[in-house]
Write a protein that binds this ligand. Sequence first.
Ligand code: 6PG
Length: 241
Amino acid sequence: MTRVDIPRVQVLSPATYAARAAKAIADALRASVLERGSCALALAGGNTPRPVYASLAGYTALPWTATQVYFGDERAVAPNDPESNYTMATTTLLRHVPVRPSHVHRMPAERPDREAAAVAYQIALAEPLDVLLLGMGRDGHIASLFPGSPALDERERSVVPVQAPVAPVSRLTVTPRVVEAARRVIVLVTGEAKAGAVRTALATDAPPAVCPARLVADATWLLDEAAASELRVHATGARVP
Ligand code: 6PG
């Protein structure tokens, strides 16, 4: 077991995960608006956020009209495709809260010219983001920044086209510059399959090329017990296996 001092890692029970994660996101959004009068929120894709967004949809009294919604990455599929992160976020969250449609900035990854799409999104993207939500793959990828990807070395551009090692292959993603500049980062990880990547991200000094989630090692990590099962965390009072 690895003993580590890990700040801001919360280990949550499966029964309370979605509600507790939704509250953490709501608190971050509210704090951003209190601090700056607005919130630039970037949503994570994949499946982990689904129940969290469904719970967050109950926070209708949040300052959604002061919130601009972005995406950390998107697949090169139609906006109504089941594989679309935009579709997932819209069906679970965005159509249920009073966010202004003009404030929802879909990432147009389906455009044939993805270089031009990346430039257009970079122009639209608020930097720095106030709240960046991320999931993580079992290989340690975040957004669509995969191990060994040239995008991990991108220091000029904010958004780039990438080819993922998993389907859907063609994507757009924010780059490390955007991830590192975000004022608040919340990483949502559940399931035992990711426990190894969680340990690598939080308890080793592996380079981001090996484990891109190392870019957000000091973020707020919301784990369920299975995802935390390879950590021996004592600093936060989390359950110590
Ligand atoms: C995507 C996501 C990606 C996701 C991880 C975890 O477009 O796939 O942005 O980074 O967060 O792959 O996905 P799951 O939550 O489905 O395990």
